[in-house]
Structures are given as structure tokens and as C-alpha cells.
Design a protein around this ligand. Structure first.
Ligand code: ADP
Ligand code: ADP
Length: 226
């Protein structure tokens, strides 16, 4: 089964800017996949279309077989998204941010609390669960979004620049956590502009530049070419 199949994906923003020029991408179930590219390359646009937050202007996207245009709810159910920007209510208690999101996906309250406890503990946020998210450090907010993305047990976890602005020690512990999540069977796609991050985590990689895929190969093959 393919976790993601993108064919001829195009995006022209309303101001006429062509952000994606017909890209093809395919990610196997179980993969740990990097979409690498400089700022402005089109990574967030691609993620936005996969998660139905941005409308495409051409091509097709399937998530575990579900077409994002024809069956957006099914596609979204498969996905846990960790966006680049903090997009939770900063005044809400940390624990509630997690359990509310799970509720939105139809997870039973008791199960939502169990999963929330599990991930908050794993990510070092359990002691913070009663406090509002506004009091968390940047790295903690990032981890909060990771916990939130996992409580409905998505088949595909997508992280947009997950360690941007995170110090090296925390980055390494987040990497270890993500490796574990992947080892348990969750397909992971991340965007990054650090080759080191892609190298450390990912088996396969696509490099995007100015709205075009300029390389799509295994990490191992890429590294032997450098
Ligand atoms: P990346 O995530 O790789 O940094 P983005 O997908 O955010 O790249 O952006 C790709 C290009 O599209 C950039 O040049 C950006 O300025 C442009 N862009 C992004 N959003 C919009 C928008 N809403 N309207 C017009 N142009 C946009
Ligand atoms: P208390 O234990 O302080 O009497 P509650 O258990 O009702 O109160 O929860 C208070 C806050 O802690 C709520 O914001 C709730 O979402 C959060 N919380 C409690 N248990 C969990 C849990 N297992 N996972 C996540 N958040 C939790």
C-alpha cells in the first residue's frame, strides 16, 4: 500500500505565483521520508494540499488510497499533522489541547485520556498538563503539537520543519522519539532544510526547489553521490 501518491501536482496561488509545477511523489507505507528544500521551495504548500488545508490547481493526491479532493475526510483521518506554526489555543490547558483534538477525531474520552497521558509522559510534558500552553517553552510547544498529532493514531504522521528553532539536545531527543514512532509502524514524512536531519532519520528523500522535484531517491544513494 502506498501511504502517499502525488501525480502532476500543481499550485498557482491567487496572485499568479506558481508554487508547484507538476510534482510527482510516492511514499510507501512504513517509510520515513524527507522532503528537503530551501525556504520558498514549496514544501509547506505540498503539505497544505496533502492535508486539505490548501486547494490544489492541478494533479492528484492520494493518502492511503483516499483522494484528497473526492474523499477529504477519509484522507484527513489517516493523517496526523505537526504544522510549522503554533496553531493551538495558547490559553487552553495542555492536557485539554490533546484530548480535545482526539475528541474531534472521534476517539472515546477514556481512550483519549490514556493516549494523552502516554504521549505527554513520553514527551516530557506530563507535569505541565494542567497549565496553559502559553507558559511552555518553544520546544515544549513543538512537542505538544507532536503529541496532539498522534492521539488519533494516524497511519501517516506529517511534520513541517519539526525542529526549526529547537536546540541540538532537544532535537536529538525528538529524533529518537520519531524513530520509535516509525518503528511502531507509523509512516512519517517530514519537511526540513537541514540535510543532517534528513540523513539522520530518513530512508528516502525528495529534494524540491522552486516548485520542482529535482531528486527523488534513497538516502543511501543520495549520500554516495555527494
Ligand atoms: P517552503 O515551505 O518550502 O518554504 P512554501 O510552500 O511555504 O515554501 O512557499 C512556496 C512559495 O509560494 C514561496 O515563494 C511563497 O512565497 C509562495 N507562497 C506561499 N503561500 C502563498 C500565498 N498564499 N500566496 C502567494 N504565494 C504564496
Ligand atoms: P484533576 O485531576 O486536577 O482533578 P482532571 O483530571 O479533571 O482534574 O483534569 C484537569 C486537567 O488536566 C484538564 O485540563 C485535563 O484535560 C487534564 N488531564 C487530566 N488527566 C489527563 C490525561 N490523562 N491526559 C491529558 N490531560 C489530562
Amino acid at each position: 500500500m502506498k501511504a502517499l501518491e502525488i501525480e502532476g501536482l500543481e499550485k498557482t496561488y491567487r496572485n499568479g505565483f506558481v508554487a508547484l509545477k507538476g510534482i510527482d511523489l510516492s511514499v510507501e507505507e512504513g517509510d520515513f521520508f524527507a522532503l528537503l528544500g530551501p525556504n520558498g521551495a514549496g514544501k509547506s504548500t505540498t503539505i497544505g494540499i496533502i492535508t486539505s488545508l490548501v486547494d490544489k490547481t492541478g494533479g492528484s493526491v492520494r493518502v492511503f488510497g483516499a483522494d484528497v479532493s473526492k474523499d477529504p475526510m477519509e484522507a484527513r483521518r489517516c493523517i496526523g499533522l505537526v504544522p510549522q506554526e503554533f496553531n493551538f489555543n495558547q490559553f487552553e490547558p495542555v492536557g485539554e489541547i490533546i484530548t480535545n483534538q482526539a475528541g474531534y477525531y472521534g476517539v472515546e474520552p477514556q481512550i483519549a485520556r490514556e493516549r494523552s497521558e502516554h504521549y505527554l509522559k513520553k514527551l516530557g510534558l506530563w507535569e505541565k498538563r494542567h497549565g496553559s500552553a502559553r507558559n511552555l517553552s518553544g520546544g515544549m510547544k513543538r512537542r505538544l503539537m507532536i503529541a496532539r498529532a498522534l492521539t488519533h493514531e494516524p497511519k501517516l504522521l506529517i511534520l513541517d520543519e519539526p525542529t526549526a528553532g529547537v536546540d541540538i539536545e532537544l532535537r536529538r531527543s525528538m529524533w529518537a522519539f520519531l524513530r520509535e514512532v516509525n518503528a511502531e509502524g507509523t509512516t512519517i514524512i517530514l519537511t526540513t532544510h537541514y540535510l543532517e536531519e534528513a540523513e539522520s532519520l530518513c530512508r528516502n528523500i525528495a529534494i524540491i526547489d522552486q516548485g520542482e522535484i529535482i531528486e527523488n531517491t534513497s538516502m543511501r544513494t543520495l549520500l554516495t553521490q555527494l
